[in-house]
Design a protein around this ligand. Sequence first.
Ligand SMILES: *Cc1c(COP(=O)(O)O)cnc(C)c1O
Length: 428
Amino acid sequence: MMEKKKGLGTICVQEGWRPKNGQPRVLPIVESTTFKYDNSEEMADLFDLKKDGYFYTRLQNPTNDAVARKIAALEGGVGAVLTSSGQAATFYAVFNICEAGDHIVASNEIYGGTYNLFNVTLRKLGIDCTFVSPKSSEQEIGAAFKPNTKVLFGETISNPSCDVLDIEKFARIAHGHGVPLIVDNTFATPINCRPFEWGADIVTHSTTKYMDGHASQVGGAVVDSGHFDWEAHADKYPGLTQPDESYHGITYSRQFGKMAYCTKIVSQLMRDLGSIPSPFNSFLLNLGLESLHLRMARHCSNAQEVAEYLREHPKVAWVHYPGLRGDANYDLAQKYLPNGSCGVMALGLKGDKDTAIRFMDSLKMINIVTHVADARTCVLHPASHTHRQLTDEQLKQAGIAPDLIRLSVGIEDVEDIISDLRQALAQE
Ligand SMILES: *Cc1c(COP(=O)(O)O)cnc(C)c1O
């Protein structure tokens, strides 16, 4: 009998680790690099991918796998692979289906680290990237595609500009050109948006953010919907549809069907590049995931109140929060994020860059940290912190004004958050 599909809150708490008789109820931390077998033939079958089982933690580990299963279930995907950071997740998601000589198209409203990865490091590897404004028409974005384009990439809610991606539009463009859509769903989390339901093919996460939620581990995840038909575009994706000579001539799409993409990440990219999370970090991530559904609701209700407060404040020039009526992203947010977007907003104060810095320095409870999307309210000034490698022109392209302050609203009592903002604004 098919098991009834569980709610997201139940998946957060229960999915992933299902103990058998006498096993620990809580997900065990398997801090072992290796696993013992009785004879060499059993081990050989594992290496040949004939049998499923553990042999070396760089490839698979029971703690990591349980947490990957939970994230796959939350997104509604067929499989997920955990990585040591969100950056590694983005790199693997793209590099799994691209090689030197290929080209990708990416929204320019994306995380600064991803922008650098695409604009600098991927180019060094021979993968070219064209950035497009997600606000452009389908035709304009389509014009960026070339015969060697392999991926379209966007962010559900962009960090730090808080723009909402029109996922259906991006999926139409990607599929019209025979390539998968990869969406970074870090800020929305699957609690507020499941991009696969809108046509995305692959989802990436920095689990460092809301999924962990306590700022205690750095991690990432790649999730595959299993929807993209690699065989139908076999000439474009030889890595999945042609024999892998580095792995006994296995053809991933034929041998693993819907699990082809995830299997290739593990057996090829993890084998050659590493970047697994430690099982201990996955344990911490799992603790965070157990309350993700509760925390996201609180982040959203707190952020909504804070955004409304700031918008009315005479010293505040502008606030971007997708939940604000009248916000440029309000309609897209109503469609893709009807239960709330996230706790992050962008704002500018009347004055200059120094006004922003003075305001942040006057905050007491709210700290300036290079982080976002965790339980504690925090602020950051991207132009002088996370994005300081970017030129003014690149900042503008990424939708980041020099006065932009990124405020990440936590899950404290909202009165205390507003009271700290009020006293810091009064200093100005
Ligand atoms: C932080 C972040 C990343 C990078 O993740 P790390 O875990 O810091 O490597 C990627 N995408 C988004 C949207 C992020 O916020």
